[in-house]
Structure formats: C-alpha cells, structure tokens
Design a protein around this ligand. Structure first.
Ligand SMILES: C[C@](O)(CO)[C@H](O)COP(=O)(O)OP(=O)(O)OC[C@H]1O[C@@H](n2ccc(N)nc2=O)[C@H](O)[C@@H]1O
Ligand SMILES: Nc1ncnc2c1ncn2[C@@H]1O[C@H](COP(=O)(O)OP(=O)(O)OP(=O)(O)O)[C@@H](O)[C@H]1O
Length: 301
C-alpha cells in the first residue's frame, strides 16, 4: 500500500453541555465534572508532507505567535517524541471557529494535528499516547484526540463515553473574548459544587463559570437571557459562546434567522455572530479517519 503524502481533516468544535467545578488542585488547575459533545462544524486543516524537515503553517492567526500556535506546538511535540528523522509538513488552516469562544478551537486544531501527523508519518502511536501528549498542550485536547462524547473528570482528561441526546444547536458568539485563566482565577468562582454521577448529569446540570462570566462581561449574560427564551441555553466552557439546544433543524434555522435579522436591524450588536450545528457523539474528525481506514482496507479511495 502506498502511504499518503497529504491529508485534509476537520477540527470540530466542542460544547460543554454542563460544567461543574468541584475542586482546585495544588497546581492551581481546577477539578471539573463536564459533559463534552462535538458539533458537526469547525475548522479544517490540510497537511502535505515536504521533502525537507521543516514544518510550516499558514495563514498566521492574528494575535497568536508561531511559537504559541497549538498546531505548530502539536506538530513539534510529536516530531520530538520520535527518535528518527521525519519529513517536514506544510499545514494550511481554514479557521472558522472564534478564538477564546469556549468552543475549544485551538485544542481541536492541536488534536487534529496529532492524529493527522501520526497517520502521515506512520508512527502508529495509540490513542492513549496521543491523548497524553495532547494533555501537555491543553486540558481540552484529550477529548478531541479520543473523539467520543464524554463525561469528563479531573481537568477533563478522565473520559468515559456518554450517550448524549444530539439536538440541533444555535450558537451565538458575542464577539467578546473571555480569558479562560481569568475566569478560573476569579476570586468569586464557585469551586465546591458537590460531585454528582454521570447519569444525574445527563438529566441536566449548569455551568459554574456563568456567574463570574456575567460579572466580567454583562453582555454575555444578556445573550444567555435572550437564548433562554427559546430553550435551556448555556455558556460553553468559560465562554464567550452561548448555545441553545433545539429539537429540529427547522427550529434552529428559524432562531438563527431571527438573531441574524436582529443583528441586521441593529437590535443586537453587529459584532455578534451566530451559527447552527448538530451535536454529535462521534467526532467528525474520527468519522473522517474511520472513512480513511475503510477506504485503505478495501482499496477504495
Ligand atoms: C473550560 C474548558 O474549556 C472546559 O472544557 C477547559 O477546562 C479549558 O481547557 P483549555 O482551554 O485547554 O485550558 P488550558 O489551556 O489547559 O488552561 C488555561 C488556563 O485555565 C486555567 N484552568 C484550565 C483548566 C482547568 N481545569 N483549570 C484551570 O484552572 C489555568 O489557569 C490554565 O492556565
Ligand atoms: N490554532 C489555534 N487556534 C485557536 N487558538 C489558538 C491556536 N493556537 C493557539 N491559540 C490560542 O489559544 C487560545 C484559546 O483558543 P481556543 O480557540 O481553543 O479558545 P476556546 O474556544 O476558548 O477554548 P477553551 O474552551 O478550550 O477555553 C486563543 O485565544 C489563542 O491565543
């Protein structure tokens, strides 16, 4: 079988369908209980092996230096974990997800890079090894590496598959960036929510970051209140995005249009953006990798 030299893969968004903060570790990181689910929408990454050993990424992201970009950090981390020379790679990012939006875009980019390069470089690392590498890049990377909707504990690295409902969602990004470290470091953050079981969480939970985020950015509170007129809306992660589950694509489309209309006639700030997407319990990244596997097993391309 010829090994592939290029690959295009999705880097989907995630939602935290609930997020309880149950403690704080000695290193300052917080212990969470959360339900992670993927959206069938997000960024796309293209990878093409090079003749030399250089790793390139384009385009640059505004406000993120090359050394900080999680895509390059993931590629270099993987390269350094292997004791032999590897070909370089040209990576192109088609960015759609807002940064600092609580949709995990940077973490998802990192996970897609780890899985894509494991494939192209034919390293054969298992998911545990890739998730461990990913965790050193960010607390949200492991769930994207593993690719199943999950009940997450610890800092979100202890993951058990969770069978969540898969509604349509309308997601509003209020055009404000919320610092994850700023929310977790806030003196008024609730950090002692009692532990619950996954089955209890599946019946409904809340996001402990909401009160602090409302205080830091009252406009995000307004977005939550607006969407709660349509369903059980919630903040994802530390925000700024707010999502509202809806029972059909038609209801999601209607609400999306209503918000767009409100933005157009200046009822809402024009820095807001809105999109609709479907929740999925297998990550679109893993769906794409499984299709690759099937086509290489059957010789179909
Ligand atoms: C809020 C969530 O998105 C929920 O899924 C994640 O817990 C955040 O994950 P992430 O963006 O990958 O976060 P990281 O890049 O690892 O951490 C950013 C900063 O947030 C704080 N942080 C993050 C995660 C966590 N469980 N406790 C924390 O206190 C730390 O100050 C850390 O320096
Ligand atoms: N490839 C990347 N894409 C997006 N952000 C990146 C990337 N590389 C580094 N970053 C940095 O990571 C920060 C967080 O980005 P990300 O898109 O993951 O935020 P988020 O959606 O709030 O994530 P989370 O829910 O994990 O807090 C950005 O503000 C940016 O500075």
């Amino acid at each position: 079988m010829n090994s592939p030299t290029s690959l295009t893969l999705p880097a989907p968004a995630k939602l935290n369908r609930m997020l309880h903060i149950v403690g704080r570790r000695n290193d300052g990181y917080h212990e969470l209980q959360t339900l992670f689910q993927f959206l069938d929408d997000g960024d796309t990454l293209h990878f093409r092996l090079r003749e030399d050993e250089s790793i390139f990424l384009s385009p640059q992201l505004a406000g993120v230096s090359a050394e900080d970009n999680l895509i390059l950090r993931a590629a270099r981390l993987l390269q350094a974990s292997v004791d032999r020379p590897l070909p370089g790679v040209e990576i192109t990012l088609d960015k759609k997800l807002p940064m600092g939006g609580g949709l995990g875009g940077g973490s998802s980019n990192a996970a897609t890079t780890l899985l894509a390069l494991d494939h192209l470089w034919q390293l054969g690392l298992d998911t545990n090894q890739l998730a461990m590498l990913g965790l050193s890049l960010g607390a949200d990377v492991p769930v994207f590496v593993r690719g199943f909707a999950a009940w997450g504990e610890g800092v979100g690295e202890r993951l058990v598959p969770a069978a969540l409902d898969t509604p349509w969602f309308v997601v509003i990004h209020p055009g404000i960036s919320v610092s994850t470290a700023g929310v977790f470091g806030h003196p008024q953050l609730t950090r002692d929510t009692p532990l619950i079981s996954m089955s209890r969480a599946l019946q409904g939970g809340h996001n402990d970051c909401e009160a602090v985020v409302r205080r830091l950015e009252p406009e995000i509170g307004e977005v939550i209140d607006l969407l709660r007129q349509y369903g059980p809306a919630m903040l994802t992660g530390t925000g700024a995005c707010v999502f509202c589950p809806l029972e059909s694509e038609t209801s999601a489309l209607e609400l999306e249009r209503e918000i767009l209309y409100g933005i157009a006639r200046h009822a809402y700030p024009d820095r807001w953006s809105v999109f609709r997407a479907r929740g999925c319990n297998i990550s679109p990244l893993h769906q794409a990798l499984n299709r690759l596997q099937v086509s290489s097993d059957t010789g179909v391309s």
